[in-house]
Each structure stands twice: as C-alpha cells, then as structure tokens.
Write a protein that binds this ligand. Structure first.
Ligand SMILES: C[S@@+](CC[C@H](N)C(=O)[O-])C[C@H]1O[C@@H](n2cnc3c(N)ncnc32)[C@H](O)[C@@H]1O
Length: 403
C-alpha cells in the first residue's frame, strides 16, 4: 500500500514553486519524483492535480498541457498507473487549446518567481505562515530578437538573491539599476526598503513591460525624475539609453548603489555603459571618453579585495565597505561613496575583457566579490538557474579607501 507522504517537506514546495516559475517539464518531473521518494506515486499525482494544475485562469495553458503530456508519458513509460484525473485534464487541454503557443515567438507569459527562505521550506504555499516571497512577472518566451529585456536573465536572479540575503547593503539606500529588463531586481529592492528605487532601460517595449510588472506587484510607478515622492512603494522607471544619457541627467540621479545584471554583452554599447558608470560613480574623465572609440589596449586585471592585482579567476574573501574621500565641496568630512554591483555570466571572454579594460582606463576600482558576497540560495527549485555561473563585480571610484 502507498505510504502517506509528509507534504511539509521542502520537495513539495520546490515542486509548486517550479511550476509557478514555469521551469522545464523535466525539472518538474524530477521534483515530483523527489516528493514520492523516487517515483511519482498516486499521492504525488493527486497533489499535482489538486495544487499545481488547478491554478488561476491566467496560467499559461500550453505550458501545463505540455507538462501533463510529459508527465503521463513518463508514468506510462515506467509502467506506473496514472490517475484518471490526469488523463481527463489532459483531454480537456487538448480540446480547449488547439494551438500550442509555446511555439509562438511573440507570446507573453506570466512566471511567478518564488524566493524560498532556507529555513522556511516546511510549509506549503497555501499556508499563511509559509516563508516565501512570490513575484509575478510578465516575460517573453523569446529571449532574443528584440525581446532581450523581457526575459529573466540569470544575473538578475543572482542580484535578487543578493538583495534578499544581504538587505543591509541596500536598505535605506538610494538604488539605481541600469538595463533593468523585467524589473525583478527593483521588486527586491523595494521589498528590502531601499530609500529610493530607480529602474531604467534603453528599450521602450522593455520599459513598458517593466512598468506593467511593477504594477502587477502593487508598486506605484513614476516616470518623472524631477517629481519628489515620499511614497515608499513608488518606483521610478526611466528611459535611459546609455549612448544618449546626459551627464546632467545622470548627476540628477546620484544614487548610493548602482546595479546592473547581464549588461555586459554588446561590445558596441560598452564604452557608453562605462561612461554612465563613471559619471554615476563620480569619476568623469571626458577626455578619455572622447578617445574611447579608438581604445584598443585590452589587457586589464581585476583587483581583488586583498589588494593584490590578481587575474580574473582569482578568489577574494573579504567584505570591506568603502568610504570615499570625496571632492565634494558640499560635504564636510567623509561620506560613503557610491558603489556599483555588476553581475554577469561569461559568454564571450573578449567582450568581458573589453569591459574590464574600459573600466580600468576610466580609473575605476574593480573588485571581484563573487565569493565574499555569495548570496544564500533562495531558488533551490530552479534547475534552469545555476548560481555558480554568475560572477559579481563591485566597482567604485578610485579615490576611495577601504575601512
Ligand atoms: C540581457 S538583458 C538583462 C535584463 C535584466 N537586467 C536581467 O538580468 O534579467 C540586457 C538589458 O539591458 C538593456 N540594454 C541593452 N543595451 C542598452 C543600452 N545601450 N542602453 C540601455 N539599456 C540597454 C536591454 O534592453 C535589456 O533590458
């Protein structure tokens, strides 16, 4: 006889979270097997039918249909008996949704990203005490061809985990993100109570989708930089292509923290991106940027927090905060300098090296803090995301000293 399983175990929460985040079917099947102790028992099938497939109407039906098909195929292949309910549900999906819009390149879907607290995996989503943070996000199924910013990239998952696991770095700080995409990082910043959250992107359709996502998550969106608001749920969204962002526009923002996730990929944009960072970090060397287009010397090293000039793959362990000795006439004494956190996945080493060379030539400090600021794994169910594939740089202006 099938044993009654303990549905308070983390694997159940992982299964639900993976479905909500629209993880690939194979990932769902492996979570379902973990719930059943190695096989997808009747009890697990019943749970899937009751808790995972009876989702709100806006859930992407072709996704569920595809999962059901893979699930039934898996069960039949393994000679397991399949609950009638699953067959009936699959028949319903076949009859209701003739065309599988998973193949439709323009399709928008709503993923729900759940951040699970490591010690809070003992309750299911339906339980009010469940320690889980869920953000619905409208995304595109098509990562490329103009919809780059409407997909969730791994570095924004990494930065989100960082914000939620190290809130002290962002709470009560004015935070500004470049190339914000779907807006997930902004939602996390608002959650940890950053004093100001300003998101930006250089693509108008991405910006529209971002605003939609902020509203979906009950945040108020403001587009006017000059408007000063005390509303803590207010997030500003700016159209800010790096190429045309003016010095005065950037100086108006003057954030404490600058964030960027997966923004290092197009060599053509990199001089502009670094110019934006340099201005925001208060390091302007206009002459350098006039010559930037002809920069050919690409041989930088990342300076590590131990002070050594190591090569890129070296590991650093310290977590020192920085204080600026600012050339700011309006401030007496020292104040904390702005800091930029740039998360990236290495896809093309030459592009990364180009970025690093530009940062070094702009006379900015760059430190690899991937290990010292390693976030807690809050997305343990997400097999499509590998936290270790993401690197984190901390960039500051060069006239600062570590505490
Ligand atoms: C790979 S996506 C990353 C999106 C988001 N940060 C994430 O990690 O999910 C790069 C983002 O940078 C934006 N972007 C690319 N080039 C830009 C530019 N020159 N100026 C402003 N934004 C740009 C894109 O529109 C897109 O939203």
């Amino acid at each position: 006889m099938e044993q009654e399983l303990d549905s308070s175990l983390p694997c159940w929460k992982h299964l639900v979270s993976a479905i909500l985040a629209m993880e690939p079917s194979q990932c769902l099947i492996s979570h379902a097997m973990a719930c059943g102790g190695g096989s997808i028992t009747h009890h697990v099938q019943q749970f899937i039918s009751d808790h995972c497939l009876s989702t709100p109407g806006d859930f992407h039906a072709p996704y569920l249909k595809n999962f059901l098909k893979k699930l039934i195929t898996h069960l039949e292949f393994n000679h397991a008996s399949v609950l009638d309910q699953l067959y009936e549900l699959y028949a319903h999906y076949i009859a209701s949704f003739q065309y599988d819009s998973l193949g439709n390149r323009d399709a928008r879907i709503c993923k729900r990203i759940s951040f699970l607290s490591p010690d809070g995996c003992s309750e299911l989503l339906s339980c009010p005490n469940s320690r889980v943070l869920v953000f619905p996000l409208q995304c595109s199924l098509n990562m490329l061809e103009g919809d780059t910013g409407c997909s969730i990239w791994p570095s924004s998952l990494f930065l989100s985990e960082l914000i939620l696991s190290r809130p002290e770095l962002f709470s009560n700080k004015s935070c500004f993100e470049i190339g914000s995409g779907v807006g997930l990082v902004g939602l996390c910043l608002a959650h940890v109570k950053a004093s100001k959250v300003i998101l930006s992107d250089g693509d108008l359709s991405t910006l529209a989708n971002m605003k939609n996502n902020l509203e979906l998550n009950h945040l108020n969106v403001e587009t006017d930089m000059l408007q000063r608001s005390k509303d803590s749920s207010m997030v500003k969204c700016l159209y800010l292509p790096w190429e045309s962002a003016s010095e005065s526009q950037l100086q108006d923002i003057m954030p404490d923290v600058i964030l960027g996730a997966d923004v290092i990929y197009d060599p053509v944009c990199l001089p502009h991106l670094v110019r934006v960072l340099a201005i925001l970090l208060n390091q302007i060397n206009l002459e350098f940027y006039r010559q930037c287009a002809s920069c050919k010397d690409l041989s930088p090293n990342i300076k590590h927090e131990n002070g050594e000039h190591n090569h890129r793959d070296a590991v650093d362990r310290s977590d020192g905060r920085c204080k600026a000795i600012y050339n700011d006439a309006s401030t007496s004494g020292s104040k904390e300098a702005p800091v930029a956190y740039i998360a990236y996945v290495i896809r093309n080493i030459e592009t990364l090296n180009y970025f690093l060379s530009l940062v070094e030539k702009a006379n900015l400090n760059i430190v690899d803090v991937t290990d010292s600021l390693k976030p807690v794994n809050l997305l343990p169910y997400m097999q499509s995301y590998n936290q270790t594939s993401v690197k984190l740089l901390r960039i500051t202006c060069s006239n600062i000293q570590s505490d």
